[in-house]
Design a protein around this ligand. Sequence first.
Ligand SMILES: [Fe+2]
Length: 296
Amino acid sequence: MFDEGQLYSPVTTGEDGTVEVHLADNHPGLHDPAYRARRSHIAAAAINAPAGTVPVIDYTEDEHRIWRLCQEQLAPKHEKYAHSEFLAAKHRLRLPTDHVPQLDQVSARLRPLTGWGYRAAPGLVPLREFYADLGARTFNSTQYLRHGSEPLYTPEPDIIHEVIGHGNQLASARFARLTEAAGRASLRLETEDAMKFVADVFWFSMEFGVIKEHGEVKAYGAGILSSFGEMDEFGHMEHRGLDLADMGTLAYDITEYQPVLFCAESLDELDDVVGAFFDTVDDDLTECLRARAAHR
Ligand SMILES: [Fe+2]
């Protein structure tokens, strides 16, 4: 789903304070100077915003067009492929369909539902920081949009992934609790191996998780539900039962559609297995689970 083996385009700040976003060689916006300047402008806004504030982005008509198109195209796919828990949350959150919302506006809608809010990020947030914020019900989000030439595709998480994927998910009290629990787990972990293990379980649950409902496999992962391609494909992939040792150690390629997905039998099973794991995991448990996976 995400290209180039990295989730986010690197952002650098020069000695003179100039912020630059470095797009990958095959990024659709690479040869569009206006898009590159726009990306750097939006990243700079997040970097230069006073602490505790989220910059207001003056979105262009083309950016609103991309948001509108994605909302229109994603809606019928959500109705068809998303688990009812996600759909109910989405209908409660009622994100705008005709314009890109400001992150503060999304937070204002989310807070009364589940207590979550958004913080603006210029690009990649270090793993520990990202998870610590999840533990405080704060979601770090980029504010840029994908390139207009390929509005249904993005090589990296843009505001459409962060808000239409994660925001709708976080409007569910159950998914919000699981996400917060993953964040709080990070505070108990000392080793980077343990942190990676938890992040991988998160990848195969809150990003790419699927779940049975009325005899069908439905998606609840934000990575699937913000991607046109993944929604068409996930039903044909290999679906394994929830197995923490497998989820925390299975190698995956972020540039491809996920060929192996972990399917919960029900929301209760997701809570009992993944939720209980996030609630109790420490370094020792991740080592035990790694050893178990290695001895299979
Ligand atoms: Fe994500």
